[in-house]
Design a protein around this ligand. Structure first.
Ligand code: CU
Length: 278
């Protein structure tokens, strides 16, 4: 008799297992379903003590006491990658500006936010986001034919010089002054073409940010990574900068613009992550 009892218990256990695995198949988070999903990155440009930046309006005082405001605030983001809980990296169209580079233009902000939408992102739990500020030499040196689409986009957005000089990485324009923001400035950062051949600094920078909440990409959940860019870093960052007649109309990769770049590299933080249905 004992053997029958054992077999029937075994049969019940097996049935329960089959039923529960069957329910699992209907679950959103079926581990067998590896369909890729989408992910969104939100860029919100602000001054951390004043909130979002309104072009031609929001006026900040730098750590050196200088008033300043922006009329133009744009930068190029490329080589986005997502790093999972095991440190494995998913690279989104690496060194392929046509598909993997984006222009964050404050003039395009909707309620203070500029959106970047990534598609075909492998289903995974991501812990970090990484991206480049500017265009890497590896991408630029592919030549114009390798990135005609993004080059034209950059041109239309005023984010290019001649092909020989290349892309503008960050374009900051506005007004500044000691007591009021009434004098024009423009600081345009970027590489001077092939930096090795030209013996000029490489201003391309990579930034890695921890996500405060895991971004869980599935074919149903499209996480949204909400990044704040604190433009206080521009003049009041690691190296305090003062605008003056020597540097207020500068383009390229001069020492002042290297300092601007290094300051801006520190401006990004992930404020929060939404795991919302797509
Ligand atoms: Cu948000």
């Amino acid at each position: 008799m004992k053997i029958y009892k054992f077999l029937s218990l075994f049969f019940i256990a097996f049935t329960l297992l089959a039923v529960s695995s069957c329910q699992n198949n209907d679950d959103d988070d079926n581990p067998q379903d590896t369909t890729p999903g989408n992910l969104q990155i939100k860029f919100e440009n602000g001054f951390n003590n004043l909130g979002g930046i309104v072009l031609n309006q929001t006026t900040q005082t730098s750590s050196s006491g200088q008033k300043h405001q922006f009329s133009t605030l744009k930068y190029v983001v490329s080589n986005i990658s997502l790093i999972d809980e095991n440190g494995k990296e998913f690279k989104y169209n690496e060194n392929n500006p046509d598909k993997g580079a984006f222009i964050i233009d404050q003039a395009d902000a909707v309620a203070g936010i500029v959106y970047v939408n990534l598609t075909g992102v492998p289903k995974n739990n991501y812990k970090k986001v990484k991206f480049g500020l500017g265009i890497s030499q590896n991408a630029y040196l592919l030549g114009l034919d390798g990135q005609a689409e993004f080059w034209n986009k950059a041109k239309a957005k005023g984010m290019s010089w001649s092909w020989a000089a290349g892309y503008v990485f960050v374009k900051l324009e506005g007004k500044y002054g000691a007591t009021a923001a009434d004098k024009e400035f423009m600081n345009h950062t970027g590489n001077m073409g092939n930096v090795t051949a030209n013996n000029t600094p490489d201003l391309y920078r990579e930034i890695t940010l921890d996500l405060p909440t895991t971004a869980r990409v599935t074919n149903k959940i499209r996480p949204s990574i909400h990044i704040l860019a604190d433009l206080n870093q521009y003049l009041s960052g690691n190296t305090a900068l003062t605008l003056n007649t020597n540097n207020d109309m500068m383009m390229g990769s001069s020492p002042h613009l290297v300092s601007v770049t290094n300051n801006l590299t520190k401006m990004f933080t992930v404020n929060h992550v939404h795991n919302d249905e797509d």
